[in-house]
Ligand binder design. Structure first.
Ligand code: ZN
Length: 312
């Protein structure tokens, strides 16, 4: 039997009614927690993860999907890779601003180094801070409504023309770079100086990349040896042959990520073309315990990413 006076005291009427509508067993079992995602009712991280992913996807399942529009715009932008990575980090809330470092347990003053007034969150750094506002103004970027995260802020921009979006990405990167120059080198530059240089440099980048802007061709043609496990994985994604296996879980995630890209192509590339994946795999092999890297990758991988992005 439900304890009706207690329910009335604890919950609003609508919730009460929902609870009272639940059938109560008359066999006198002890109450226990049941995890509805598993047949036996036992909680597993694996099913919790799938549930979280499903919910995440459902939340963005309206048409047109603002989330996929945003990621498409971001990854197809005609800007240097390091700019994409910077904006992606900001949108994923992993840009290492002082607030984010503090949340990761690093003992640091969270005040914005630019205005020295507010907490330095990613959205503050790139949109709300006076330092950021001055950049956006000089670049003639219309400031959208205030948002609680860089992701939400960018979604509001996701319907603008690609070229304007690319400009915004360049400016976001310039804001972050200028902020870093102040923090690490004590170099203070004004937006009126930095914005024209950034946009000029971007024009040069576009001019040199427009004629040769073909997708990077992996060196499949040179590959002579029998297929490796990476090749097996790539084949499995294409054929679905591992769907029901342990690896099916990984493949599922991989396919989800691919859905967000505009015209993804998955091919086997040699190890030296993907040092980040190789480094992660090596760490996984050597590690005896489970290690999570959310939200920031390990130092060695971060260094690889930045060196690959800065390679000519
Ligand atoms: Zn500030």
């Amino acid at each position: 039997m439900w304890n009706i006076p207690l329910l009335t005291e604890l919950f609003p009427v609508q919730i009460d009614q929902k609870i009272l509508a639940l059938p109560v067993s008359n066999r006198g079992y002890q109450d226990r927690w049941i995890w509805g995602e598993e047949k036996k009712g036992k909680f597993t991280v694996r099913t919790a993860y799938h549930l979280a992913r499903r919910r995440g996807l459902d939340e963005h399942s309206t048409v047109p999907n603002p989330s996929s529009t945003l990621w498409n715009k971001l990854w197809t932008a005609q800007v240097p890779e390091k700019v994409k990575i910077c904006v992606w980090k900001a949108a994923s809330n992993i840009l290492p601003t002082r607030s984010r470092l503090s949340e990761r347990g690093i003992d640091i003053d969270t005040q914005s180094p630019s205005c020295e007034e507010e907490v330095e969150s990613p959205i503050h750094t790139l949109s709300d801070c006076d330092h950021a506002t001055s950049f956006l103004q000089v670049a003639a970027i219309l400031q959208m409504q205030q948002a609680s995260s860089v992701y939400d802020w960018l979604v509001a921009y996701s319907s603008i023309h690609q070229n304007s979006f690319d400009t915004l990405m360049m400016i976001m990167w310039a804001i972050w770079r200028n902020r870093n120059a102040k923090v690490w080198e004590n170099v203070v530059k004004q937006a009126s100086e930095v914005v024209p240089i950034t946009l000029g440099w971007w024009e040069e980048f576009k001019a040199t990349h427009s004629s040769t802007r073909l997708p990077r061709q992996p060196s499949v043609a040179h590959w002579q040896r029998p297929p490796t496990d990476c090749q097996v994985l790539v084949d499995a994604v294409h054929t679905g042959s591992l769907d029901g296996s342990e690896l099916g879980f990984l493949l599922h995630d991989l396919k989800d990520s691919l859905l967000l890209a505009s015209s993804p192509r998955l091919s086997f590339v040699r190890r030296n073309s993907n040092r980040v994946a190789h480094a992660l795999a090596q760490m996984a092999i050597q590690s005896r315990t489970n290690v999570g890297f959310s939200p920031v990758p390990p130092q060695s991988v971060e260094e690889l990413i930045s060196s690959e992005c800065n390679d000519p």
